[in-house]
Design a protein around this ligand. Structure first.
Ligand code: AMP
Ligand code: GLY
Length: 425
């Protein structure tokens, strides 16, 4: 098979690394990729949102599978673009059409969907500029903390959680009347605060059947002890000790099955990955959000635990025969620790020369913000490289991830030394 992976992060390096192990792979391309994806396939200088150029490349290179890493091209309709063009419609796009990607693209849509199909989620109401006063009244009747969510995509920054009522009212006004998050906050979802530990669960689906991938926990804050600003993710662990059989049965019965059936009932053909951002509230799963893609850095721990051939699962999506495919997982624990540029998630410098990647032992360095300049690998983003390792438990896997992190050097390197702190006893 000829495969094109779209994206340039650690997630896309992990997806490409896994696909490169497939016995049914012919050629693997990554657009635009990074310095790491170049070692498992061929990077192509294309932007994932430039559908026309991506389509032309697919025709020229006889691409059969297009794996869409990030949400943006999906929400903008890359799958619809391929489906509408006869010369492209034979390629299978791994990721939903616009009508399915809206589960991530609109918080208001996803809340209505969950309520309609009785999927456990925080109580909420949606407001616009015209109903600002109703929104303020709604806040007044709640108890804090107050959760305000911009309806649309806001580069992961559209959720604001504040403790006091006056800040909540101010935030609501700024979001609705001052376009704090641009058009993304034309609608705002106000939600009940849920207290518990979060985890990420993923399925891969052909629209009818699904396979549940291993659960993972990511660490979003920049500072140790989960403090400071939110980031794209500073590390991840799989499996998640509290996501035991009993909990995962609830996830499957109360969340996954009603979601897959609900999509079908709504006439939405959903294929690809679906990511459930969950919170464990006293042993019961609640959905915080849906994403129409895999998580980053969760992918860097989930796919290394997949023993089965990922391309075989994609072939199951292409042919609507996913239910006949085997899926097997590695029972070991996998951890990843993200190294980031000094200053991230605020201003940081790029272009710092990197060293030590080839000396990493017993761990896999997945590249995120890296690129090759004049034959040298340099930093090219906030999140630079995720070091993934296996172990018999969290401590032994983490020891290998941290040893790998120590081996890699670049000016300003920062990482969290406490990944998994809340999971080990
Ligand atoms: P989201 O973009 O919807 O995943 O929200 C970003 C983060 O805000 C989540 O990962 C949670 O940490 C937090 N969050 C979102 N909704 C809630 C909620 N209802 N209760 C508590 N925390 C929340
Ligand atoms: N790690 C969370 C995400 O990918 O959205």
């Amino acid at each position: 098979m000829n495969v094109l992976v779209l994206g340039s992060g650690g997630r896309e390096h992990a997806i490409s690394w896994k696909i490169a192990q497939s016995s049914i792979l012919n050629n693997l391309f990554i657009a635009p990729g990074n310095a790491g994806t170049e070692s498992v396939g061929k990077n192509v200088d294309l932007h994932p949102n430039d559908f026309k150029s991506v389509g032309e490349f697919c025709i020229q290179n006889k691409i059969e599978i297009v794996v869409v890493g990030p949400e943006d091209p999906l929400v903008k309709g890359i799958h619809d673009y391929f489906a509408a063009d006869e010369s492209l419609s034979k390629a299978t796009v791994i990721g939903p059409k616009k009508e399915g990607a809206v589960l991530e693209g609109s918080k208001d849509f996803s809340k209505k969907f969950m309520n309609k199909f009785n999927i456990p989620t925080a109580k909420s109401a949606t407001f616009t500029k015209d109903t600002l006063q109703d929104g303020i009244e709604y806040l007044t009747k709640m108890v804090g903390p107050y959760v305000l969510k911009a309806d649309g995509l806001a580069a992961g920054k559209g959720v604001v959680i504040v403790d006091d009522l006056s800040s909540a009212k101010k935030e609501l006004k700024e979001m609705l009347t001052e376009s704090k998050f641009g058009a993304a906050s034309d609608k705002v979802v106000i939600e009940q605060f849920l207290s518990g530990v979060e985890l990420s669960v993923f399925i891969v689906t052909d629209g009818t059947s699904y396979k549940i991938l291993p659960a993972a926990k990511d660490y979003k804050r920049i500072g140790e002890g989960d403090t400071g600003l939110n980031t794209g993710g500073m590390g991840a662990i799989s499996p998640v000790p509290f996501a035991n059989r009993e909990f995962m049965d609830k996830v499957e019965n109360q969340v996954i099955i009603p979601t897959v059936k609900g999509l079908k009932a709504e006439g939405i053909e959903y294929t690809g990955f679906l990511f459930f951002g969950l919170i464990n509230v006293k042993g019961d799963p609640y959905v915080i959000e849906y994403n129409c893609r895999l998580g980053d850095p969760e992918t860097e721990v989930v796919l290394p635990r997949l023993k089965s051939d990922l391309l075989d699962l994609f072939d199951g999506i292409a042919t609507g025969t996913l239910s006949e495919r085997d899926v097997e997982f590695d029972p070991r624990t996998v951890t990843t620790v993200m190294t980031v540029s000094g200053g991230y998630p605020e201003a940081y410098e790029k272009g710092k020369e990197m060293s030590g990647m080839s000396e990493v032992k017993d761990a896999v360095p997945f590249h995120a913000g890296t690129k090759i300049v004049d034959g040298k690998i340099v930093t090219n983003g906030g999140r630079v490289l995720a070091v993934t390792a296996y172990g018999k438990d969290i401590d032994s896997a983490l020891a290998r991830s941290f040893a790998g992190v120590d081996t890699i050097n670049f000016e300003g390197k920062y990482f969290r030394k406490d990944i998994g702190f809340d999971l080990v006893s």
